[in-house]
Design a protein around this ligand. Structure first.
Ligand code: AMP
Length: 216
């Protein structure tokens, strides 16, 4: 199975689609946000720095992000293919990643751009709840996305968590960061002729479109 890279604004569904793909195709799901949230718990200068970036909605340095990512990519579950959720976030990261792929003789795979309007992204952020155990995503403000039991994962019954950076203020900063730094990646991948765009906001329909791309 080829690797998959998601490019998208915050709350466009990268986590949800990654979770569905992981379940169906047994791909490793690598969220740089999750790697960084874990590293932010360290009692160290690096932990403090990452915590600050996350709470302000700013990108963590390319150096730290790449170090954590390449360490994760060397784990054995990535050999069968993996999904990158949240990386690359700027053109410099994309170029560093391409050089890592060349060195390790791996393939970039599919680049999928999930395009959703800012207003919908903001609405999704406010009620978002994630399962830290299996990665499933719910929303207690959107009727069709509510968990069956408040605060509990439908799939593995683990307690759901709300992210500290899922609030209006940090969302605006994260969205601006996306427009300034991540959006230029769309042209980068478009010019390489490998960009697939999904405009569908319904999660099942978006998943069907992704499956069509990977089966073509
Ligand atoms: P996410 O879970 O993808 O929404 O990311 C949450 C936060 O983690 C972002 O707002 C950034 O502060 C940080 N982050 C995630 N991925 C990256 C990356 N590739 N480069 C730098 N910072 C990142």
């Amino acid at each position: 199975m080829k690797n998959i890279v998601f490019i998208a604004p915050p709350a466009a569904g990268k986590g949800t689609q990654s979770h569905l793909l992981k379940k169906k195709y047994n791909l490793a799901h690598i969220s740089t946000g999750d790697l960084l949230r874990k590293a932010s718990l360290e009692e160290s200068e690096r932990g403090d720095y990452i915590r600050n970036c996350l709470s302000q909605g700013r990108l963590v340095s390319d150096e730290i992000t790449l170090e954590l990512l390449t360490e994760r990519l060397n784990e054995s579950d990535c050999e069968n293919g993996y999904i990158l959720d949240g990386f690359p976030r700027n053109v410099k990261q994309a170029i560093a990643y391409e050089s890592w792929l060349n060195q390790t003789q791996k393939d970039l795979g599919y680049v999928i751009f999930l395009d959703i309007p800012k207003e919908l992204a903001q609405k999704r952020i406010v009620g978002r709840e994630t399962c830290p155990n299996c990665g499933a995503v719910f929303n207690d403000q959107i009727e069709v996305s509510k968990p069956k039991q408040d605060g509990i994962c439908d799939i593995c019954e683990h307690q759901l968590v709300k992210r500290k950076d899922d609030n209006d203020e940090t969302f605006n900063q994260r969205y601006d960061t996306y427009m300034e730094q991540t959006e230029p990646l769309i042209n980068h991948y478009r010019s390489l002729g490998i960009l697939h765009t999904i405009n569908e906001i319904d999660k099942e329909k978006a998943f069907q479109q992704i499956e069509k791309i990977i089966h073509e």
